[in-house]
Every structure is written in C-alpha cells, then in structure tokens.
Write a protein that binds this ligand. Structure first.
Ligand code: TUI
Length: 315
C-alpha cells in the first residue's frame, strides 16, 4: 500500500487533496473525498464568509474524516473567510492566489495545519519560515489561477528548497501523475480537474460535458495583464477576452469588468458561451464520470502498479 509522510501528518489513507475549486468544491464533493480516504476541500473562492460557514457546518455533519478549507486570498472576503475558518477550528487550511503570511498566526495558534499553494521557490521558503506544515507546489498546467512554472520544473526545486512536505499539483489526473510526482520528491498530490466529473461534484452538467470532451490542447491561459492569470477551457468568452487583453485600446478596468462573474456563470449556470470554465491541461484524459472513491482508488492502484514495475528500467 502506497503510504507517505502526508498520511501520518494528516491521518489519511491516500496522500491526495481535492483541489479547492471556486463555486464547485462544496461539502458534497469534499465529504466524498474525505470519506474515500483523501482530503476533501471546501473552496471559498469569491463567496462571502456566511456561505463558507454553512458548508463547514454541513461537512461536519457529513463526515468524521479530516477535511480542509481553501481560502482564496484575492477574494474581497478573504479576511472574513480566514476568521470563520479559525472560529470553526478547521484543522487544515489551504490558501491560494496570494501570500497568507498575515493570517498564519491566527490559524497555527489553535493547531491548524496551514498548507499554502505556492507557484515559486521563494514563496515556499517564506511559507516554511511562517510556520506552514507543508506546501502545495502548483505548476502552470493546473486549471484556475496559475503561476508560470511547470509542475515538472517547480516540484523538484521546491523539494530542494524546503524541509516541510511538498504536495505536487498541476497536470495530475491519474496514477501516472501520482508516480511521477513522487519521483520528483513530492509526498502527495492535489487534483482538481479529475474531480470535476466526480458523481458527487455538483458543478453544472454542461461543465462536466466540456471537461469530458476536452482534448490536450483545449485550454487557454489568459488574464496576466490584470494580475489574474487563469487557465480555462477554450470557448467564446475566453477567445473574446484574449482579443481584448492584446488590444491596447481596451483599458485594464474594461478588461476586469468583462471578466466579472464568469466562474459562477460556468459552474452554476452552465453558460457554454459566456462562462469561464476553469480546467487544467490534463482534462484530455478525463473521459468518464466516476464516484470520488472510484477515482481515488483507481489512481492509487495505477500508481502502485507503475512503481512496482519500475525495476524494468534498470538491471
Ligand atoms: O488559487 C488557485 N486557483 C484559483 S483561485 C480561483 S478564484 C479567482 N477569482 C478571482 C481572481 C482570481 C482567481 C480560481 N482558481 N490556485 C492556487 C494558486 N495560488 N495558484 C497560484 C497561486 C499563487 C499565486 C501567487 C499563490 C501565491 C502567489 O503569491 C503571490 C504573492 O503575493 O507573493
């Protein structure tokens, strides 16, 4: 059985985090992942703290297994969400889209394990100094808000730079990705895109179908000009956005306004033309709907098989 330091650190069977996906990762999906032996994550995204509080209360009734909350630091509600997570004594706090240093003390004081997503070695080192229990090194293959460096290049460099456990994210969708992440020095993985088509994932059916249909080259990277670089599935909205992004007659304010509300439009309303369907480059291998338990068990069975057969590469 594949076991790493992350399993002992967090009291879990499989060293896998479900990525916190704005408007998507609710108590339903997160509890299914936690029950299956991974870490389910409730995503705050841009939602007000009250919504996050409700989901935390829900998941506490749904599972006794460990779960986490993802605090999206670019949200205007980030401060209140950070406080709600502390008030509810959430044991695992993942942060994304920013530097969580100013909130760390509030969480570590009551014993939470803080696990920031980092897109660079510098932020990984800073997080270790600030008391993070682990870091998630996320490469630019990931969906949603992304950094520049690929998972392949980022993970080993972060592993060399910090002593705390490193979890790999970005481009991991099956057991091959898990095996590769472990070879790069990670002790676990975070997976988002593959869970979009989980049976317990409440995202709009149109979203699931877009992911199921996506090929390797079907994502685009946009938004860097206004400081919100994201990866999403190609559609009318992202193409229009990119045209505006490269048009110097369009102001940053207009661009920001054009992008407003698009994640919700995709995840909740399933608006194929006008929504922004965040997904990673690994979407091309996601081709069926399965329960969260099936996804996790299949991924780890494949990883074990690959790692057990690794001797074939040398004498
Ligand atoms: O956070 C994500 N993915 C997301 S968040 C999101 S919702 C959103 N809403 C409005 C604008 C932007 C996003 C959709 N997808 N992934 C984790 C992640 N964090 N990836 C990259 C980073 C990151 C980037 C810069 C973390 C820290 C960071 O630090 C910069 C600094 O302040 O030092």
């Amino acid at each position: 059985m594949l076991k790493t330091v992350l399993c002992d650190l967090l009291d879990i069977k499989y060293p896998i985090f479900q990525g916190g996906m704005a408007w998507i990762s609710d108590a339903e999906l997160a509890s299914a992942v936690s029950d299956a032996g991974g870490i389910g994550i409730i995503a705050a995204g841009n939602s007000p703290a009250e919504h996050v509080l409700n989901e935390i209360k829900k998941i506490k009734k749904m599972t006794d297994r460990p779960f986490g909350v993802n605090v999206m630091l670019m949200s205007r509600y980030a401060h209140e969400v950070a406080q709600v997570a502390a008030d509810e004594k959430v044991k695992i706090i993942v942060t994304g889209a920013g530097n969580p240093a100013k909130h760390m003390k509030m969480w570590t004081e009551y014993g939470a394990k803080v696990i920031p997503v980092v897109p660079s070695v510098a932020l990984a080192k800073l997080m270790e100094r600030c008391g993070a229990s682990a870091v998630i090194a996320e490469g630019g293959e990931a969906g949603g808000h992304v950094g520049d460096i690929t998972t392949m290049a980022l993970v080993p460099q972060v592993c060399d730079a910090v002593k705390i456990p490193v979890i790999a994210a970005g481009g991991i969708g099956d057991g091959r990705g898990i095996a590769a992440a472990l070879m790069l020095g990670a002790c676990g993985v975070q997976v988002g895109t593959r869970f979009l088509t989980a049976m317990e994932c409440v995202v709009h059916e149109n979203y699931k179908n877009m992911v199921l249909k996506a090929k390797d080259i079907d994502t685009l990277f946009a938004g860097k000009r206004v400081g919100h670089p994201i990866r999403a599935l190609k559609n009318n909205f992202v193409r229009e956005y990119l045209k505006k992004e490269y048009d110097s007659s369009v102001s940053d304010e207009e661009l920001l306004k054009f992008g407003e509300g698009r994640f919700k439009l995709a995840a909740v309303d399933g608006d194929i033309k006008e929504g922004c369907f965040l997904a990673g480059q690994i979407a091309g291998i996601v081709n069926r709907e399965q329960s969260a338990k099936e996804i996790i068990e299949e991924m780890f069975a494949q990883a074990e098989e690959i790692l057990n057969g690794a001797k074939k590469f040398y004498e």
